[in-house]
Design a protein around this ligand. Sequence first.
Ligand code: PLP
Length: 416
Amino acid sequence: MSGSPIWHPFTQHGLGEPIPLVARGDGALLHTADGRRVVDAISSWWVTTHGHNHPRIVAAIRDQAERLDQIIFAGWTHAPAEELARGLVAMMPAALTRVFFSDSGSTSVEVALKMALGYWHARGEPRDRILVMEHSYHGDTIGAMSVGARGVFNRPYAPLLFDVGTIPFPAAGAEQATFDALEQACAAGAAAFIVEPLVLGAGGMLFYPPAVLAAMHAICARHGVLFIADEVMTGWGRTGTVLACEQADVVPDILCLSKGLTGGAVPLAVTMAREPLFEAHRSTDRARMFFHSSSYTANPIACAAACANLAIWRDEPVRARVATLAARQRERVEALASLPGVSGGRALGTIAALELGEGAGYLSDRAPRLMAFFRERDVLLRPLGDTLYVMPPYCIGADELDRIYAVIAEAVTAFG
Ligand SMILES: Cc1ncc(COP(=O)(O)O)c(C=O)c1O
């Protein structure tokens, strides 16, 4: 063995691409060990909302680490978890009264699916079919993969994935096909429908409008099918509002949050639920409890970081920063959209995306070459196939954003 023993995620080590060593983060910048200043144009996989190393989050982590590092959460509790749960209930839609902790977006989805099936089981109604949207991504654990798009990412594991009902993506002009398929699948007695509200992230930054989200929610509600909103990527301001669901006036039955929950500093997730889901599991019968945990459930240090995140949302002009970034993103992507070789320029909130060329799939040859091109120019961008997207921390300055778009314009000329 030569070099590092690390096996990196979503990395083809056989290509021998360089893996930069990052020493320090600061706002929208990453400082490498060899002294380069890299603009983090994708918020380090969509997690960093306020910027790297926000002083309030750093202080909360330091303070909590000195008091209580970890405590079993089955039958025990602690102040940061209590404060955070109350803060989330106050901040999120009023009907979401229960907070279940886990540690990643994928596990928040696993928990949501188990809550939904547990609910129907406790009610004695035989509903177990999960409905999903075409092109979705919900994570890489077995259950989360099962409810996500099938393809090259999960082909070897297909025998482990459970069967789901797939509803077509509501492409512009074809929404009725989505509604009809959903209506039919709901009428057949599904347990739940899981969706990424307004933006399908890993599926290629595919957007659909709030009215479509509202209509899909109404169909589920009419049939009593539980509506699971996976806001792991869209939550915490990414689409311009705290939750994407807000734009459609939709309150889901179950809500998955992670990534920006701690401002992106440390791993934590929550699955929030309406009271009837909790009530279905509450009983004097121990066999009816919600059977899910992990060792680090509601880790105090992670909860303290999330409490600091909530305080930042409360005390700092985060919404104004999001609005400023949203306007800049729209302006810059529109400027690029007319260049030859570019198609599908679009922006929603802090997310901007476009396609280079005809838009080949995730394994497009261009993607690794593009990634190297950006890396050499000190911009962290990670195209999804031929889809280029920019999703920076909200603190990013106009100059840093200009740097990102200048490099993208260069790439359009070189690769378009
Ligand atoms: C919508 C959505 N759900 C779930 C996940 C999985 O989150 P994690 O990578 O934290 O497990 C992601 C990750 O990108 C996501 O975008």
